[in-house]
Design a binder for this molecule. Structure first.
Ligand SMILES: Cc1ncc(COP(=O)(O)O)c(C=O)c1O
Length: 364
């Protein structure tokens, strides 16, 4: 009974707007309004992809409402093993699988009730991505923006929970970490590398993650060449796992801080041209930016990236829809989408705060 009332209260709070409503993914699915995990472009899928059914903020709100109403536990649960039915005794019973322990994020003071699992956070972010994509008039694509779930420093169990909820696209920052995690995830996981990549780690990355889809952080000709060569030597193995050319994005330093990686906006076209014209094993996918060191971007940063794209498209004779913008993180992904982002990288809102997020970022 205690479980029933806690959950019921949490649900009511969500409906009142006291806490953000976060419906479980399976409930969103059941509404038929949000479908998770469908691929949107070749080689890259995301939880937000394929959400064509959710065409308006009202539709998303309705999905959330239905979801919250459905959060009451079932009257009976059935054991898969024996077929026996009984009253639910635990959260695990009601959700049908182990719920995520959130002690880490609680220690950091983030409000996250136990029933708000990683999958529930993911569903909420995915719904917000869809809603922002619907509102956006600045995007070239009619598909919702791709959601890259940034799982750096997070255990594979949490990634699995997202995968089971339909998420396919994950972003990692460290070579050693992605190389360790990749074999533990299903083969159709779509990996984006989003951290600073040193040339001497390129081979380890390319060979350690044969299905690597995109490196979002290319900022020198040297790095582009290293990636091109490494992929060239490993093409057979990549083909075996269904991966062809490696997608790459040029990282642009739109905030102008000296400490930040990324090319200056004026150097974006020459690097994009080099990748496009000289690197036959790489597919130029677009431009990426991080924003400010406190993990927020300013509208000017987003505008700068969009202006770089215009220049690249004009210079290389490409269409806007063929050059993606990767911008937007937990704090600003909705405004980034409204300003034209095709690819948002969201970590802490899905997985919980990282212990040393700020200091890590400053080290970059
Ligand atoms: C390049 C990049 N993008 C996105 C993120 C995710 O940031 P947040 O946790 O604020 O969503 C990170 C986090 O480390 C990052 O390094």
């Amino acid at each position: 009974m205690r479980f029933r009332s806690r959950r019921y209260l949490a649900c009511s709070e969500a409906l009142e707007g006291t806490v953000p409503p976060v419906p479980p993914v399976n409930v969103l699915r059941a509404t038929g309004r949000v479908t998770l995990g469908t691929d949107q472009r070749a080689g890259a899928s995301g939880a937000a992809a394929g959400c064509a059914g959710a065409r308006s903020a009202r539709a998303v709100a309705a999905a959330r409402l239905t979801a919250c109403r459905s959060m009451l536990p079932p009257a009976r649960v059935t054991s898969e093993a024996s077929g026996e039915t009984r009253q639910p005794r635990s959260t695990r019973d009601c959700l049908g699988k182990k719920t995520h322990s959130c002690s880490g994020s609680r220690r950091l003071g983030q409000y996250r009730p136990a029933h708000m699992s990683t999958a529930a956070n993911l569903a909420d972010v995915a719904a917000r991505v869809v809603a922002a994509s619907t509102r956006s008039t600045a995007r070239a694509s009619t598909n919702p923006a791709r959601l890259v779930a940034v799982s750096k420093t997070k255990p594979v169990e949490q990634l699995r929970e997202c995968y089971d909820a339909g998420q396919r696209c994950f972003g990692e920052n460290y070579v050693q970490e992605i190389v360790e995690k990749a074999p533990q995830m299903p083969p159709d996981t779509v990996w984006h590398f989003i951290g600073h990549l040193q040339s001497n780690k390129v081979k380890a990355l390319v060979t350690g993650v044969p299905s690597l889809a995109v490196v979002e952080t290319v900022d020198t000709v040297k790095l582009a060449n290293k990636l091109n060569n490494a992929v060239g030597e490993f093409l057979e193995e990549r083909a075996r796992v269904g991966a062809g050319k490696l997608g790459v994005m040029v990282q642009v330093n739109t905030s102008g801080e000296e400490s930040k990686f990324g090319v200056e906006p004026k150097d974006c076209l020459p690097l994009a041209r080099h990748i496009h014209d000289e690197c036959s094993n790489l597919a130029f996918r677009g431009l990426m930016t991080i924003g400010m060191p406190d993990y927020t971007s300013r509208p000017e940063n987003f505008q700068t990236l969009a202006a770089c794209r215009d220049e690249v498209c004009a210079g290389l004779g490409l269409e806007t829809k063929d050059v993606e913008l990767s911008m937007g993180m937990s704090g600003d992904f909705e405004s980034a989408i409204e300003m034209g982002s095709d690819n948002v990288r969201v970590g802490s809102t899905i997985f919980g705060a990282r212990a040393n997020m700020y200091s890590e970022h400053l080290k970059k």
